[in-house]
Write a protein that binds this ligand. Structure first.
Ligand code: FES
Length: 117
């Protein structure tokens, strides 16, 4: 797996999302300092609203799952699995993310996720 350096941690916004272009894919990157995995990354594309908007969604927690609510029709997408809580057939691509020496790295390809979380 190759990693894409998207900048330093100062480019992230705590408890919110930013968007970055990784390998020509728009990725929504969420920084949640209190979470064991502080940086989570999923596709920025909302397949229900059909727009690149998820980095601007509101982060929340539903049934112990960290989710982002789409700014469009408010569906919730799990930040760990990409699963849409309101439409089980929909799974967004999820990217590996890590912080090293203050820099943020996103995997250049999505993780291979299992169909059902
Ligand atoms: S360095 Fe940019 S996608 Fe790998």
């Amino acid at each position: 797996m190759s990693w894409h350096n998207i900048g330093t941690i100062d480019n992230l916004v705590a408890n919110s999302g930013v968007c970055a272009l990784v390998n020509n894919q728009q990725v929504a990157i969420f920084y949640i300092p209190q979470n064991p995995t502080a940086v989570l990354a999923i596709s920025n594309y909302d397949p229900i609203g059909k727009a690149n908007v998820l980095s601007r969604g509101i982060i929340g927690s539903i049934d112990n799952k960290l989710v982002v609510a789409s700014p469009l029709y408010k569906q919730h997408f799990c930040l760990e699995t990409g699963e849409c809580l309101e439409a089980e057939a929909i799974h967004l691509p999820v990217f590996n993310a890590k912080i090293e020496d203050g820099s943020v790295f996103i995997s250049s390809e999505p993780k291979v996720t299992t169909a059902v979380a």
